[in-house]
Design a protein around this ligand. Sequence first.
Ligand SMILES: [Zn+2]
Length: 170
Amino acid sequence: MIEHLPDRLDLYAMAEAGRELRGRIDLASMERLLPLLSSPEGTLQVTLELGKSHDGTRYISGTIKGALRLHCQRCLESMEYPLDVDFQLGLVRSEEEMGKLPDRFEPLLVSQEPTCIADLVSDEVLLTLPIVALHTDMKQCQELAADYHTPDAGQRENPFAVLAQLKQKH
Ligand SMILES: [Zn+2]
């Protein structure tokens, strides 16, 4: 086990050699993920096991653990989104190879080596994110809305107050 993740990795060579790597990646370095985050602070714990299966497939078996901060689409405040991702990628160099890949692997088209590890991990995280992120309990949204918006809410009607009135009528 190598206790360090380099920025870039020659995936085919590492799979050929059979290597395991483990380390942390700063969220701030994950350019493809950053636009979705409400905060760039924090790191993800990543393990990558690279090897060659009995049928000759070069693969990456990996895990990503940690948490992100996303914007709740109901109240627009920040929310924690825990991550616990497992993935099995089969390395391919062409669409033809992709067609021959055993079903248990998702294809990873390796067009340029060495491969950027932050991009690889970002893509796996993006696949697991919800289309619409929401606080699990609407009460959290109400509390956050009350904390942040009460002083300058002015005369505008609080949408949650309207909801409460509707509920009382029925
Ligand atoms: Zn919310």
